[in-house]
Ligand binder design. Sequence first.
Ligand SMILES: [Cu+2]
Length: 200
Amino acid sequence: MTFTTQSPHSLHSLHIGGAATAFLAATFLTLAFAFSGPAMASPGGHDDKAAEKFSFGYPSPAAKADQEVRIAALDTMRFDPPAIKVKAGSTVKFIVTNKGEVVHAWSLGTIKEQEEHEEGMEDVPMSKMMTHMNGEANGFVLKPGETKTLVWTFTKDGEIQYACHIPGHYASGMYGSITIESGGQKMSHGHKEMHQNGSH
Ligand SMILES: [Cu+2]
């Protein structure tokens, strides 16, 4: 008797259960897609990992430079010139030549980043010195006589450095300063300035 009255209920609940299971499965799939979505899309629309890596700008190899800066690396453990000025929002083509007879390096970074890079050099064996900047977006190693270029867009004002991290060189003063001045086509404060500058 109990069996007969429960039987329709069982069937009924089985039916509901089936629908609920299907619903839950659909919900789970939707959630699964919802969760996989952001992981597959590039965050913030920036494909270049360097765009997130550097606080002061990003490499822009295809961009037309607003300014060209030639820098010489010298065996006196100096860069010539030792200081430059650029504008926030501008793209600068750096043309760096090793005019010395030993290997030098050149890379952009905040003063903090340059100090950290210098500390990291303790782990780089001499045999890896020529290749340790390979794949880095912000600089390179130069053989004697070699010239390399880097096109970089500066996004905000501040003080950064270009530095040589061949052991002993940075400590000897082989770095230069870049003053990034505001007042150009400033990109760090969103679209307002870009629209204002868009008329000319
Ligand atoms: Cu050097």
